[in-house]
Design a protein around this ligand. Structure first.
Ligand SMILES: NC(=O)c1ccc[n+]([C@@H]2O[C@H](COP(=O)([O-])OP(=O)(O)OC[C@H]3O[C@@H](n4cnc5c(N)ncnc54)[C@H](OP(=O)(O)O)[C@@H]3O)[C@@H](O)[C@H]2O)c1
Length: 250
């Protein structure tokens, strides 16, 4: 029996990085999965089939683009209509781009907020209805230390992640009476495609400011996801778990 045997989880952004590592960690602990990304690819299908086979679990791929609200609605329609049992929602998919406020058109900031904030709320609305019926569930929003600390040139991404932290706290209060826990994880810098957009100079600056003097492996964030998802975190809600190797000047 794994830590999450008998539970069903949705992981968004499961094709790469933290989402992929989270899906693999939850699978290893016995959870059945819905794994999400934008487009079906042979590689994603092969990975999902392998995950199912190796862990003897059910793995169903779902496809949607968070920049298109209707595609999100369509992707979850079946689950919602059939009133599937969903125990865990990992809201992980997001994008990171931007520059100083003076250089960034408001339309681009709104575009990022649609993906990183509004559609995250949309998914929570859809899935929490099922959890409310069940009177149980766990929602994990992947935010960022950028939502806590202010970095120059990070107006769009940082603000979207700060909004997600605030929403996590509000929603945790609204859903607690239904037995649903809602938490956020705020990773520092993690070795993924998203991190690779930083220049070598930016990266070494971040590493120097980190107590542990390194960046994180995606699996180190996935372990926090896994703990929050299960009963060992049964009295934890409305929290932001920082997984950043210790920032010196926070
Ligand atoms: N990496 C870091 O240093 C870091 C630090 C703090 C917080 N985070 C947060 O951790 C989470 C995962 O980041 P990551 O570094 O693992 O990212 P990543 O490697 O860039 O992967 C992003 C994932 O999100 C999906 N995605 C992107 N845009 C999407 C859209 N419009 N619609 C649907 N899915 C979309 C991607 O799917 P496709 O394959 O279909 O593109 C991919 O699976 C994010 O919330 C990020 O903000 C990351």
């Amino acid at each position: 029996m794994g830590y999450l045997t008998g539970k069903t989880a949705i992981v968004t952004g499961a094709s790469r990085g933290i989402g992929k590592a989270s899906a693999e960690t939850l699978a290893a602990e016995g959870a059945d999965l819905y794994v999400c990304c934008r487009k079906e690819t042979a590689e994603f299908i092969r990975w999902a089939e392998q995950l199912a086979e190796e862990n003897k679990i059910g793995v169903i791929p779902l496809y949607f683009d968070l920049s298109e609200s209707a595609s999100v609605e369509n992707a979850f329609m079946g689950i919602v209509k059939e009133k599937k049992k969903i125990d865990i929602l990992v809201n992980n998919a997001a994008v990171s781009y931007g520059t100083a406020l003076s250089m960034m058109p408001i339309s681009k900031i709104k575009e990022l907020f649609d993906i990183n904030f509004f559609e995250q709320l949309h998914i929570i609305q859809l899935i929490s209805k099922l959890m409310m019926r069940q009177r149980s569930g766990c929602i994990i929003n992947i935010s960022s230390v950028s939502g806590i600390e202010a970095f120059q040139g990070n107006i769009a991404y940082g603000s979207s992640k700060a909004a997600l932290i605030y929403a996590t706290k509000v929603i945790s209060k609204e859903l607690a009476p239904f037995g649903i826990r809602v938490n956020a994880i705020a990773p520092g810098t993690v070795k993924t495609d998203m991190e690779s957009t930083r220049t070598a100079e930016q990266l070494s600056e971040v590493i120097n400011r980190t107590s542990m003097k390194r960046t994180a492996e995606p699996a180190e964030v996935a372990d926090a996801v896994c703990w929050l998802a299960g009963d060992k975190a049964s009295f934890v809600t409305g929290q932001v778990i920082i997984v950043d190797g210790g920032r010196m000047n926070v």
